[in-house]
Design a protein around this ligand. Structure first.
Ligand code: G
Ligand code: G
Ligand code: MN
Ligand code: NA
Length: 254
């Protein structure tokens, strides 16, 4: 209960912040998008990672308010970078299953974009397999409305859940994100390599882009390049950083 009240206070007092991790195009080496990752700047505990409070937010339903804050803040920041003449970058948010199933989701997204004056193509929504495959028929309708708005949609942590290939084909998706558990030993472990190869082939045959998460070494990157992976994310480029630091990184690549 103490932590729940603390989280409510965090929302009101502006203690939540978004940090940004680059997503890099493997062929060009350029950063074209970024994932917003939430942190809680706690007055006593310092910077608290999402794993320490998102589960509680989901249990208490606070995730809806937090999720809307994330959505609005990511749109505001994406637009602010444009106003500051940072090269245009698409910002991806993580959306929880509860938020995805919320009745007025499409209008919440639309009003966040309008209020921020952000073109929808600069927003990407990351959803897990379980979020979209649970009640897949309903998901199709919501995804189609989001896609019609012009936002991009990715499946996060791909390979760790259960996907119906039939729905994967029908959903209006843009990208699969290969879970980092498959990337960790991809160079040395032929089974992981086979899975990664299969996911890349599947994505491309469905005309989806594919991004590898958790890339930490040059060897992993070379391996993924050889398999035709489109993008990567991971400590080899950079961990998540503040919005200001990310803007500097974008300026440096010009
Ligand atoms: O930033 P970090 O590496 O600690 O992220 C850990 C987990 O927290 C990831 O699985 C990520 O998807 C999740 N996460 C980060 N930011 C958000 C957010 O804004 N909303 C939700 N629902 N999950 C998030
Ligand atoms: O939303 P998602 O589950 O993809 O969350 C991203 C998480 O992955 C964050 O917790 C982030 O800190 C973590 N992460 C990002 N890059 C790397 C990496 O190269 N290696 C490892 N081990 N974790 C990473
Ligand atoms: Mn993610
Ligand atoms: Na992920």
């Amino acid at each position: 209960l103490k932590m729940e009240n603390g989280l409510r206070r965090a929302l009101v007092n502006g203690e939540l912040e978004l940090h940004y991790q680059p997503k890099v195009d493997i062929t060009t080496g350029r950063i074209s998008s970024t994932e917003a990752l939430i942190r809680w700047r706690h007055p006593e505990r310092g910077l608290v990672p999402p794993g320490d409070f998102i589960p509680l937010a989901e249990e208490t339903g606070l995730i809806l308010q937090i999720g809307e804050w994330v959505l609005r803040e990511a749109c505001r920041q994406a637009r602010q970078w444009q106003v500051n003449n940072v090269a245009p970058v698409r910002v991806a948010i993580n959306m929880s299953a509860q938020q995805f199933r919320q009745k007025n989701l499409v209008s919440v997204v639309q009003s966040a974009l309008e209020d921020a004056n952000l073109e929808p193509t600069y927003l990407e929504i990351e959803l897990t397999e379980s979020a979209v495959m649970h009640n897949a028929a309903t998901s199709t309708a919501i995804l189609e409305q989001l896609s019609r708005l012009g936002v991009h949609i990715s499946i996060d942590d791909f390979g760790t859940g259960y996907s119906s290939l039939n729905y994967l084909r029908r959903f209006p998706l843009d990208k699969l994100k290969i879970d980092r558990s498959f990337i960790k030993d991809v160079v040395a472990n032929p089974e992981d390599a086979a899975i990664v190869h299969a996911i890349i082939s599947l994505a491309h045959s469905l005309r989806l882009k594919v991004i590898a998460e958790g890339v930490e070494t040059e060897q992993q990157l070379q391996f993924l390049r050889g398999l035709g992976c489109d993008q990567y994310q991971g400590f080899f480029c950079s961990p998540a950083m503040t919005a200001d630091r990310f803007a500097e990184m974008m300026q440096d690549q010009n």
